[in-house]
Write a protein that binds this ligand. Structure first.
Ligand code: GLA
Length: 387
């Protein structure tokens, strides 16, 4: 839907015209999965799929929100004076949490506003539609009320909403990628220090294909928080001997030499993934920079194997897609992306093989799983902004 179409819906619903428009992307992660909350590195990028909003200030203190994606929820309304989580407010809890924590951070939001939102990120697909709405709300509030909020603060407020308001103990990767995205670049982020660098994604004659399992992944319902707990357990056992603050500080050798400190075998596997994936991410960036696409692709594949066997967050749907992708000609690498447990995978595929790739992987997946996967060509785009 175009912004003009969205503005027309705004007029229909609110009987007045919107005066500002905003966009926030979704994200994919190229490599570095389940490393962010372990103080490791991630390498995500913003995509051109995302969430749009058109909005206008009100004279009073009401916030009135409508999503084209959830028409059955109608206009969701609350006051700036009542910003508690409310289950009935459904998707609007994300903007509500943002408003609340932006105000708590000391910024003045002098009046309410009206807003129509529409997203073209498949919802629940693990491309961070929730972080997209968070950052969208952030730039919207900045734009409507002429505030200047340092981008890193908006990113942290988005994470705070996820952790404290919604109750998902997620790391900072999604909000960071969506807040800081840059066209045709990946972002290598050290999640412990928040130091980052942009790296051009030069894949020569290849495209990144997003493959949606169409198995919904909802973080709050998933084993995400459980994995995080297992990593904390591993860390605290390693800390009996090692002066570390996060698993991401360990080299592979240091981990191997000390892994006996972790008493539970499953927990040990989780920690191994966190440590090895972090190192793999740094290596992958080096290979990409050096133009060694084959090796980059192999590291991408190893990431999936580690997530499948050691971290155990893939499942039959993601494994079927990725394993079918590995068999196709012209594929540099493929892996799940995001939290796992369903959602999306990515594959790096030679331009002129994309069509046969989609039809072969699609057929194999449908035959095995019993329903279709969806495929999209990813373009790497800008972070959240006023349009
Ligand atoms: C979700 C979380 C992120 C990150 C990934 C796994 O997307 O929101 O913080 O932990 O899972 O890498």
């Amino acid at each position: 839907m175009t912004v003009t179409a969205l503005s027309n819906i705004f007029v229909e619903i609110f009987k007045t015209a919107a005066d500002k428009s905003f966009f926030a992307p979704g994200r994919i992660n190229l490599i570095g999965e389940h490393t962010d909350y372990n103080g490791g590195h991630v390498f995500p990028c913003a995509i051109t799929y995302g969430t749009y909003a058109v909005a206008k200030k009100r004279e009073d203190r009401l916030v009135r929100l409508y999503s084209v994606n959830f028409p059955e929820k109608g206009v969701i309304e609350f006051s700036l004076d009542q910003l508690d989580y409310n289950k009935e407010h459904n998707w609007a809890n994300y903007p509500k949490g943002m408003i609340r924590y932006i105000m708590e951070a000391g910024y003045q939001i002098p009046s309410g506003f009206e807003c129509v939102i529409e997203g073209n990120i498949p919802n629940g697909a693990g491309l961070s539609s929730s972080a997209s709405i968070e950052l969208l709300t952030g730039v919207l509030i900045e734009g409507l009320f002429a505030l200047e909020i340092p981008r890193i603060d908006l990113i942290k407020i988005g994470k705070q909403v996820e952790n404290q308001f919604i109750g998902v103990n997620s790391g900072i990767m999604d909000q960071f990628a969506i807040g800081m995205g840059k066209k045709d670049a990946g972002i290598l982020l050290d999640c412990q220090t928040l130091k980052y660098e942009y790296a051009p994604i030069q894949l020569e004659n290849h495209k990144i294909i997003i493959m949606n399992t169409n198995k919904r992944r909802e973080l709050a319902d998933s084993k995400y928080n459980e994995r995080r707990g297992e990593c904390e357990e591993a860390l605290s056992q390693l800390q009996q001997k090692l002066p570390i603050e996060a698993l991401g500080q360990l080299s592979e050798v240091e981990f191997d030499e000390n892994q006996h400190l972790i008493t539970n075998e499953t927990v040990r596997k989780r920690a191994k993934h966190a440590v090895y994936e972090n190192i793999r991410t740094l290596r992958a960036l080096e290979e990409l920079k050096a133009g060694n696409l084959e090796t980059f692709g192999q590291l991408v594949n190893q990431s999936h194997i580690s997530l499948r066997d050691d971290y155990e967050v893939t499942g039959i749907e993601l494994d079927s897609l990725v394993e079918a992708a590995w068999k196709q000609p012209g594929v540099l690498g493929a892996r799940m992306t995001g939290a796992g447990f369903g959602g999306c995978a990515i594959a790096i595929v030679e331009n002129d093989k994309v069509e046969s790739f989609i039809s072969n992987v699609g057929a194999e997946y449908a035959a095995k799983i019993g329903y279709e996967a969806d495929f999209y060509v990813a373009s790497i785009g800008e972070g959240a902004k006023e349009l």
